[in-house]
Design a protein around this ligand. Structure first.
Ligand SMILES: [Zn+2]
Length: 446
């Protein structure tokens, strides 16, 4: 361990959960535990869930002998949840205490429903308790800027986890009124913020302009969406705060992995989830270090287990040991999702992550939306939202920023892309994971 760098608290927590008796957790111990849990999960799903009985029918009955052999098991997809959620439930529906409905970002309009038992939620509260101890301790105030009104919602489970570690949660919910949220943050003198990346950025920029003399939070945890380097550097500049990233999605039981003080990838929740990275086209598992699609299997989920579930997120395992000294696996920052990439011609592509880096780096920009109409040429239009009273950008500035993205620059020069920009006043909104909206143009079909 490097001096001054605290080993992730997830290490000791997972050692305890996996029944490790020694003082240090080894990969062998984690993997032995995972293999045993994996076989239990598969056997249970086959016995209790009509969906998995069918889905896994072609798989050998014998236990999976090595973790690598899981590659022979079929993948599950978000479409499976949309179509078969009820049949994925194991056991009686009366054991289900929380149903989370996710709006799909796709075009089908069919929502996904994910079901959790009380025991599933308890495991998430415990993960949040342990994970948050990376950032805060007894008596620290944490403002929760995530949905928390309903029992079992992410904000509610996080609040319970914070209480267990002796912290003081300040439940707020998603930011709907920016001045009120910043005012509450200053009034409560919070130590830590947990929120949606663009919403926390908007708070920092608002605070800098109107509330700059007030106390700043010491740290922030960003969750629910891709975190751009532009946001992290702005939060560090404005608040001088330490910025942590959480990786999770509802299907993971809301929590999946968390950065340690080294800020070099997420340490994974390996006691509850088994992660793989696969080639998104061939579905073959990839060696550590190579980028591919993140796939996970729940190891302890009771209500609705997910076996080899495709996340659509692109990342890689980091093969090198973490500077904090933990032996837990790390996943590199998720920068792309399969559905957030717009392909233009043979060699050019644009991602939401690239748009984030150039547009959110502009002063006073709080958020933006992007839309591509596939036409001849394709048309990329961004609507950049600026904090009110602060409009200093011309549309030309926005267009020049877009041209800093190599894919935009080259596609425009090749006549494959036209770009446009609009400027609007910011109002706080949240629509899940942000992505480029894609539409077919009138001429593209001809
Ligand atoms: Zn670490």
């Amino acid at each position: 361990m490097k001096s001054g760098l605290k080993v992730t608290p997830l290490e000791a927590w997972i050692a305890l959960k996996t029944g490790s008796t020694g003082s240090t957790l080894t990969r062998e111990q984690v993997e032995r535990y995972q293999l045993s849990r994996l076989n239990d999960s598969i056997a249970r799903a086959r016995t209790l869930s009509p969906f998995y009985r069918r889905h896994l029918a072609g798989m050998a009955r014998a236990a999976v002998a090595r973790l690598e052999d899981l590659a022979g098991c079929p993948l599950t997809t978000p479409a499976d949840i949309t179509a078969h959620a009820m049949q994925m439930i194991c056991g009686s529906q009366s054991e289900i205490s929380r149903v989370v409905t996710l709006d799909t970002s796709g075009t089908t309009g069919e929502p996904k429903r994910v079901y959790f038992s009380a025991a599933d939620q308890e495991l998430t509260v415990d993960f949040f308790r342990c994970g948050m101890s990376t950032l805060v301790g007894t008596g620290d105030k944490t403002m929760i800027l995530l949905p928390g009104e309903r029992p079992g919602s992410v904000g509610d489970l996080l609040r319970q986890g914070l209480l267990r570690l002796g912290g003081v949660p300040v439940a707020h919910g998603l930011v709907k009124n920016l001045p009120a949220a910043v005012e509450a943050m200053c009034r409560e003198q919070v130590t830590c913020l947990v929120g949606v990346p663009v919403q926390v950025l908007a708070m920092a920029r608002y605070w800098e302009k109107w509330q700059g003399s007030k106390r700043a939070p010491r740290c922030a945890l960003l969750s629910t969406d891709y975190v751009s380097a532009a946001i992290v550097s702005e939060l560090r500049r404005i608040w001088q705060c330490e910025v942590f990233e959480h990786y999770g999605m509802t299907e993971m039981g809301l929590g999946g992995g968390l950065e340690c003080q080294a800020h070099q990838g997420y340490h994974l929740r390996e006691n509850d989830l088994y992660f793989e990275v696969i080639d998104p086209v061939s579905a073959r598992p990839l060696p550590d270090g190579e980028y591919g699609e993140v796939v996970f299997t729940t190891l302890t989920r009771q209500g609705m287990p997910l076996i080899r579930y495709r996340t659509g997120d692109i990342s890689r395992f980091i093969p090198e040991p973490c500077p904090c000294g933990s032996s837990l696996r790390r996943l590199a920052r998720v920068q792309n999702r399969l559905n957030s990439r717009v392909v233009l011609g043979e060699h050019q592509a644009i991602t939401m992550a690239e748009l984030d880096e150039v547009l959110l780096a502009l002063p006073a920009v709080a958020d933006f939306t992007a839309e591509v109409v596939y036409d001849r040429p394709a048309k990329l239009t961004v609507q950049v939202e600026i904090l009110s009273g602060d409009i200093t950008h011309s549309e030309q500035v926005i267009l020049n920023s877009l041209r800093l993205i190599p894919g935009v620059h080259m596609a425009e020069r090749a006549g494959l892309l036209a770009i446009g920009a609009r400027i609007a006043h910011y109002f706080p909104h949240y629509s899940g994971k942000r992505s480029i909206r894609i539409m077919e143009g009138v001429r593209s079909a001809t």
